[in-house]
Design a protein around this ligand. Structure first.
Ligand SMILES: Nc1ncnc2c1ncn2[C@@H]1O[C@H](COP(=O)(O)OP(=O)(O)OP(=O)(O)O)[C@@H](O)[C@H]1O
Ligand SMILES: [Mg+2]
Length: 469
């Protein structure tokens, strides 16, 4: 329902207007002075303001119109002018009014104008929303289209990147990428594919083995015929066939089921395979890149992984060292993620030398992924602009699982409720930080964070924060 504010110093005029407007909305608020009206504007979000020009002097009405259009540019103002005074109507429009109406209006006239103004207001709100959505989509598309770079200038990374280039060009041999979680194995696989002159124009299929069941994996990879098993209602073309002339990335190869390993081995040897339920073998020219953070040699010894398959996969090995063994790459990575996050979050954060130093000395057990997540979190929750060493608390990220379960709990709520909780938590921390910083001085905080004193006090009260220390 539309919310309208009626401003007039004469009660009869206010009552008359409210009476006329009742057929449009019941949500009408009144104010008898400029001051009272401004107070109401702070408390509610109006869709339209209708004000008398003489409050009681014309200057006050014009002044009020200017204030509304400057402070609340999305709220249209309809000015009621003195009988037949075109001059004052012109002055009102110059002050920013969307429209005017002469004081001797009848009900039809006012209703027509109000309806039109409300429609315009709705259109501009939708327009604003759409503009924001388009902006957001553009940003996301940009991120999607921009291939991720592999950042690092440490000697070991330089060698790996040179190898990746050569391996890409070689086009055929199977690659096995090893390294701890978050070291960039998938990124390297993408780079190898992108560096291949012929394969890069074809598909790169990524199969995350640990996330699918054994039977699904077999049919995903090799495909199946209609009726091959109970739920096979139609034929399915496997990834190996779909990615013909391209690349298949088998992530977490250590989890590849033992009794399917011979089928993969056969493919690697002959480039042919048989879909489930079929008697024909299919040829497909796919380069396989596999990755794991498990110790495959040890698995071979324990008979958990076939030795012949291991050697077939390990034609070209690439080992990505953990981040702690190449700390000189950390400042470069920070800068890289800073640029990305600045664009993504539309927020600027700088890091003091001491902060960069502290991050370079940290162990990063979750490697580059952990560093990226840590920085992203700072962009979301850090209230200031410059991060110093004292602001960095790595322990917070080690309680990741708890964090995750809170996050998952939020995912189960309706978006609006989840957003309210997140906003409330964020605002509480944000205000706590400033209350502490400025010793509870509301005026100073309000000025610093660009919020009115009233709003700030209301929030402090709502979140039951202490304003005095
Ligand atoms: N050297 C790097 N430069 C830029 N970004 C990187 C680098 N290494 C990793 N990343 C980024 O870190 C994140 C994790 O990388 P990726 O998924 O490739 O790791 P992974 O080794 O496959 O991890 P897991 O074993 O957990 O699957 C990704 O967002 C990736 O883009
Ligand atoms: Mg991975």
């Amino acid at each position: 329902m539309s919310k309208i504010l009626v401003v007039d110093d004469e009660q009869t005029a206010r009552d008359g207007l409210c009476f006329f407007l009742e057929s449009i909305t019941k949500d009408i608020h009144v104010a008898e002075s400029k001051e009272q009206a401004e107070e109401k504007l702070k408390q509610h979000e109006f869709d339209l303001v209708i004000t008398d020009l003489r409050l009681p002097k014309e200057e006050q009405g014009l002044n009020f119109t200017r204030v509304v259009t400057e402070k609340y540019p999305m709220i249209p103002v309809l000015v009621v002018t003195a009988f037949g005074s075109l001059e004052s109507a012109v002055r009102a429009m110059k002050a920013g009014a969307e429209d005017f109406i002469s004081k001797d209006f009848n009900q039809d006239e006012i209703i027509l104008k109000v309806k039109r103004l409300l429609e315009t207001r709705n259109l501009s709100l939708t327009n604003k929303q759409l503009t924001e959505q388009v902006k957001d989509l553009k940003k996301r598309v940009k991120n999607l289209l921009e291939p991720d770079e592999f950042i690092g200038e440490s000697p070991i990374i330089k060698t790996i990147l040179e190898d990746v280039k050569r391996i890409g060009e070689d086009n055929e041999s199977t690659v096995l990428i090893t390294g701890e979680s978050g070291t960039g194995k998938e990124l390297i696989a993408r780079l190898i594919h992108a560096n291949s002159p012929t394969r890069s124009t074809n598909k790169l299929m990524i199969i995350d083995i640990c996330n699918i069941t054994k039977s699904l994996l077999e049919s995903q990879l090799f495909g199946h015929e209609k009726g091959a098993f109970t739920h096979a209602v139609r034929k399915h073309i496997g990834q190996l066939e779909r990615a013909n002339k391209g690349t298949v990335f088998l992530d977490e190869i250590g989890d590849f089921p033992y009794n399917l390993q011979n089928k993969l081995l056969r493919y690697l040897q002959e480039k042919t395979f048989t879909p489930i339920g079929s008697s024909d073998s299919i040829y497909s020219n796919v380069r396989i890149i596999a990755a794991t953070n498990q110790n495959l040699e040890e698995m071979v010894q324990k008979k958990l992984f076939r030795e012949d398959l291991y050697y077939r996969l390990n034609v070209i090995p690439i080992h990505l060292p953990p981040l702690r063994q190449r700390p000189e790459d950390i400042p470069l990575l920070i800068q890289y993620f800073q640029n990305k996050l600045e664009n993504e979050k539309e927020k600027t954060l700088t890091f003091s030398e001491s902060a960069i130093q502290k991050m370079s000395e940290y162990e990063w057990p979750g490697n580059v992924r952990q560093l990226r997540n840590f920085l992203e979190r700072l962009y979301v929750v850090y209230p200031g602009f410059e991060v110093t060493a004292e602001d960095l608390h790595f322990e917070e990220i080690s309680i990741k699982s708890e964090d995750n379960s809170q996050q998952m709990a939020l995912y189960k709520l309706p978006l609006k409720d989840a957003r309210d909780i997140v906003v409330k938590n964020f605002e509480t921390n944000f205000l706590k930080h400033y209350l502490h910083l400025y010793n509870g001085n509301i005026t100073k905080i309000a000025e610093k964070i660009g919020e009115s004193r009233e709003n700030l006090s209301r929030k402090i009260k709502r979140y039951q924060l202490k304003s005095e220390k």
